[in-house]
Design a protein around this ligand. Structure first.
Ligand SMILES: Cc1cc2nc3c(=O)[nH]c(=O)nc-3n(C[C@H](O)[C@H](O)[C@H](O)COP(=O)(O)O)c2cc1C
Length: 165
């Protein structure tokens, strides 16, 4: 139930469970151990080219019923004049929102997670046969149960990061 701007849901989540595939992925992910020791490795992808003319976009607005044209027009004004790069970046941000939901949902059932940005994007996309005209990988999340106790965790104090105006 993660939210997305305009309810676009311009994302896919590919769950790698096959051990052989994980082994092939590991060297493309900085040889990080959690690639092969995790239970499920989620690859988070965003859709490209989400302009208002994209049939996916139009389909996504269909449930709006009589508000369909209004939604499409507002979306068109919001998105269409941006560059491809800006639109793809916007779609990527939505995936990061969903990814936070994914990690919190996992934690709520005591499943641990490790977000992974340490990977070679083009090589992983090639290995997984991602149709890069339509999709791109944002990042990966390893899911499973922790093997040992966690290191101490540090965060900046609340007063440093929150300003009440
Ligand atoms: C987008 C993102 C990418 C990350 N990439 C990696 C990674 O490739 N490998 C890794 O071990 N940790 C990765 N991390 C985890 C961070 O290093 C970790 O959250 C941070 O050091 C704080 O540790 P803590 O969350 O355990 O308190 C990533 C975190 C985020 C949010």
């Amino acid at each position: 139930m993660a939210p997305s701007s305009f309810g676009m849901e311009g994302w896919e989540f590919w769950v790698v469970q096959d051990g052989t595939l994980k082994e092939k992925l590991q060297p493309l992910c900085w040889n990080q151990p959690q690639i092969t020791t995790c239970s499920d490795l989620v690859v988070l992808l965003s859709m490209k080219n989400l302009r208002s003319t994209n049939p996916y976009v139009q389909k996504q607005f269909e449930p709006r019923g009589e508000m369909y044209e209004k939604y499409l027009q507002t979306y068109k004004n919001f998105i269409d004049s941006r560059s491809d790069e800006e639109i793809n970046c916007w779609a990527g941000k939505q995936v990061y929102i969903a990814s936070a939901f994914l990690m919190l949902a996992a934690a709520s059932i005591q499943v641990d997670s490790c977000p992974i940005e340490g990977f070679e994007k083009e090589k992983v996309e090639a290995l997984l046969n991602v149709d890069t005209t339509r999709l791109e990988i944002q990042y990966l999340i390893a899911l499973g149960y922790r093997a040992k106790e966690q290191q101490p965790r540090y965060r900046r104090p609340l007063d440093d990061i929150v300003k009440f105006l």
